[in-house]
Design a protein around this ligand. Sequence first.
Ligand SMILES: Cc1ncc(C[n+]2csc(CCOP(=O)(O)OP(=O)(O)O)c2C)c(N)n1
Ligand SMILES: [Mg+2]
Length: 605
Amino acid sequence: MATIRLTAAQAMVRYLSNQMNEDGERFLAGCWAIFGHGNVAGMGEALYHGRGSFPTWRGHNEQTMAHAAIAYSKQLGRKRAMMVTSSIGPGATNMVTAAALAHVNRIPVLLVPGDVFANRGPDPVLQQVEDFEDSTISVNDCFRPVSRYFDRIMRPEHLLTALPRAMATMTDPAQCGPVTLAFCQDVQTEAYDYPESFFEPKVWYQRRIRPDEGELARVVEAIKAAKKPMIVAGGGVHFSDACADLQTFAETFGIPVVETQAGKSALAWDHPLNLGPVGVTGAESANRACAETDLVLGVGTRFQDFTTGSWTVFNGGAKLVSLNVQAYDAVKHGAMPLLADARVGLKDLASALGSYKGGLSIDGFKDAWFGKVDPLTDAPAEGNELPTDQQVIGAVQRASGPDTVVMCAAGTMPGELHKLWKAPRPGAYHMEYGFSCMGYEIAGAMGIKMAQPERDVICMIGDGSYMMANSELATAAAMGLKITLVITDNRGYGCINRLQMGTGGAEFNNLLDHSSAADSNIDFAAHSASMGAAAVHVSSIAELEDALARARDAAGPFVVVIDTDPYPSTPHGGNWWDVAVPEVSERAEVNDARKVYEAALLERT
Ligand SMILES: Cc1ncc(C[n+]2csc(CCOP(=O)(O)OP(=O)(O)O)c2C)c(N)n1
Ligand SMILES: [Mg+2]
């Protein structure tokens, strides 16, 4: 057997450089890296020599580097991914939040934190947490519950099984998610005679699971028996490239579609059968359909609580069918399962449904919805009032084209964008709402731009999220990545303040003015500019529109800061959301809110 003598780190880089997707691209585009003693000598050396075929990018925080990697993969429908490497201590634990984010959202990312010495020679090495009872524990064990596949590389030959398993996990449509290979720092540097065949180029094809005949027959029977079916489109529709198939299916059988946060943009916003966003942050058009339907066909959805209104949005008598590639999701909440890839599942369903037609009448639903919400996004008449976030969305929408990707993750904007944003085509809307992680936004926008350099990326970000993680703005500036940030500064955690008020609470510790940080005054434009972005503070919606027009000519990141009113949110649409209210309180408003809460709970059961 022909062999080649490489360090384990060199072998990892060489192996990963040769894993391809079915479009002939390297599956792993490259590696984000911050070095420390736990990876600089081993992994650092290997990445340096491999940089011709496997690029390395330098970021400023391990969590946000991983966010960039995750956004990259999400935007590409999981067709490609990135690796992220860190040292063995805080660098590693910084990535745990990102691992959880990728886990929830089912996005592939390869995390390679360094680990303590396998030979235990220097124990305790710098940054080693010492478990008094278990010598096999290191900080990297934090990754176990948030990794789809976790392994610890304690011998160079472990890579021979670990790397193929890592690839298999990241390319498996059902098991897909973060892989953590905790790489003992001494092992990274150890040489081994690897078989040359291990490094031969390998293509990983997208597996499209076909439905089981029995399951298909039972689901077809259920749909044929339904008079008013509807479809909930989730993120799996995008991951399966099934948007066009879904549209054809909906049109053929006259079945309306509603969209989750991850599913939004599956159908163009103005398609007559797209009733818009569903659930807690949904439109009246969509939620009305949910109330009237007798069969809900979920396609590629996890049915998370924002989608289901904590399981109150659907007509209680409606049958639940779940077309999903993952059995866990296919049987959720007692659903009738159809375990399959979305695209082939819809095709097989279509062949079996024959001349069936759905009968949910949706006349006027959409017009009524847009009649109510369109005025909210109109430019305001001249005046001194603080703009609203809805008016900001309107201005950004007017400045957007078919190539725009609007993105966001946490705060007021995800709910408002879900309701109000008009996405013209698949991929035009990128929302991380599985983990809704403050701090995903800037790094995520950077990852999207790396995935699709030809598209305009607009990142909507609150002052809170900006303060949580902004340092990759300097990375984007240094790399010349043209992204536009719209920072809505409402002086605090506006959405949580409204939630606090909604549960009867006193305004406390959310807006800056109700907190220990009342004297805070941050110049976001100056801060962004200091990191190399072109930045401007605007005072009105008209000025925002002017700035967005100028953003088109920017060479790198362009930041527009606008002060907004923290109190208004779109009053129309939306569904109840289960947020538990204290059972006893000195505050009358809390006791009143508890009564409303208990009444709502009764309606669910
Ligand atoms: C890492 C993280 N911490 C806390 C939260 C809970 N949370 C959700 S939104 C939010 C406030 C967001 O404030 P900002 O970005 O200013 O948006 P706004 O609602 O004010 O528009 C908080 C604290 C979260 N989602 N993520
Ligand atoms: Mg805010």
